[in-house]
Design a protein around this ligand. Structure first.
Ligand code: ADP
Ligand code: MG
Length: 367
């Protein structure tokens, strides 16, 4: 520890008051503990980051705001530091570190923490300065995702092109033979060939759509009408599968600035996923609600199998699927289309064995 002369010998109660308020009004969380692991200072940003009120943690052990595993590691680091601080090679607590913290309500957020220490009247105090880096992390992963998609996109477009042409020729000949053949046995085989080729052609189309940025034609779209259409298309399948359906639309008109076909594609995709998640029946809900005056949120909710926490981050990745006959391309396309809108957002909330809610946020149409 570096001992310096005090540059603030004049500090008074007034200045302490000012400093305390300065610390309380920063965006960085400040948590100071003493060498016995007791929390000594917990500024307002720290209260927001961790979700605890200062009066509930001050004077208490750091365990209060940490997971047992994290707290154990921290205690060891403090111990090592105290044991070695007067030696030639003191064992410093890591200077700056990216970590995930678990908030009071159980949610996790990524943070950057830097540590410092100082001694006062023989007691060592440790301060952690904590920055919430959720936004930065989100941006980083978005950039990585975009770059990866762009690179992959080129390769995929070439492969798709190379497969599509011979496939078309095979399909054409198969259909020609089908028309000419009257023998039952051959007809069956030829039908299988043409069906499989159609399936492959559709798959290639989906793959290509995934890797080519959607060309959007923005117009004034009557959302209630579109949702009624989508709902109608899903209703019959739902009936057959014992799924109760509920449509809850805004009164009056609701217009969004979007591309009708593309938006319909997104909603049908979400609907299909919801239905596939409810093999043993359940409830499907489609509704809208206004948010922040200039946006509307479309909610597609099911009471199906839900999405386990371990795969929540993967469901938008291309080719990620948990279904035997899935392509894993639906949600990726949905996300691309929605994020193409100014201020568009596709969010998901899900609990395993309880159900899943997808929220599509779109800008309202402005005259
Ligand atoms: P696919 O439907 O072909 O598997 P998607 O991209 O549409 O591909 O979905 C990816 C994965 O996300 C699914 O395989 C499934 O595991 C999960 N998923 C998507 N929607 C839901 C939902 N409503 N309920 C449960 N899991 C879902
Ligand atoms: Mg799907």
């Amino acid at each position: 520890m570096i001992k310096k002369t005090d540059p603030y010998p004049h500090i008074s109660t007034k200045e302490i008051y000012i400093l305390r308020n300065a610390l309380n009004s920063t965006h960085e969380g400040f948590v100071t503990i003493d060498q016995n692991h007791k929390i000594f200072f917990f500024n307002e940003a720290a209260q927001k980051i961790f979700g605890y009120r200062a009066e509930d943690v001050l004077g208490r052990d750091l365990d209060t705001i940490m997971t047992p595993e994290c707290s154990k590691k921290h205690r060891m680091a403090v111990k090592h530091y105290l044991e070695t601080k007067d030696t030639k090679h003191p064992e410093h607590i890591a200077h700056s570190k990216e970590m995930t913290i678990v908030r009071k309500d159980g949610t996790k957020i990524p943070v950057n923490i830097s540590f410092s220490s100082f001694e006062y009247k023989g007691i060592t105090y440790f301060t952690a300065v904590i920055t919430n880096i959720t936004v930065i992390k989100d941006l980083q992963s978005q950039v990585v995702r975009t770059e990866r998609l762009a690179a992959l996109g080129k390769v995929v477009a070439e492969i798709v092109h190379e497969i599509q042409n011979p496939l078309m020729i095979i399909g054409g000949f198969a259909q020609q033979l089908l028309r000419e053949h009257k023998n039952d046995n051959d007809t069956k085989k030829l039908e299988i060939i043409t069906d499989e080729i159609k399936r492959l052609e559709n798959l290639l189309k989906t793959i290509r759509a995934h890797y080519t940025p959607p060309a959007m034609v923005y117009k004034k779209v009557d959302l209630n009408m579109l949702l009624r259409d989508v709902f109608f298309e899903g209703e019959e399948v739902c009936k057959q599968k014992g799924i109760v359906t509920r449509l809850d639309l805004n009164n009056g008109h609701c217009y969004v600035e979007s591309d009708t076909d593309k938006l319909k594609q997104v909603l049908l995709n979400l609907l299909k996923n919801a239905i596939e998640a409810m093999d043993n029946g359940g409830e499907l809900y489609i509704g809208t609600r206004m948010i922040r005056g200039d946006k509307v949120e479309i909610i597609v909710s099911d009471t199906g199998c839900g999405i386990p926490d371990e795969i929540k981050d993967l469901i938008f990745d291309p080719f990620f699927t948990t279904k035997a006959d899935g392509t894993g391309l639906g949600l990726g396309i949905c996300k691309q289309i929605i994020e193409n809108h100014r201020g568009g957002n596709l969010l998901v909330e899900s609990e395993e064995n309880k159900g899943t809610t997808f929220k599509v946020q779109l800008p309202l149409y402005k005259e």
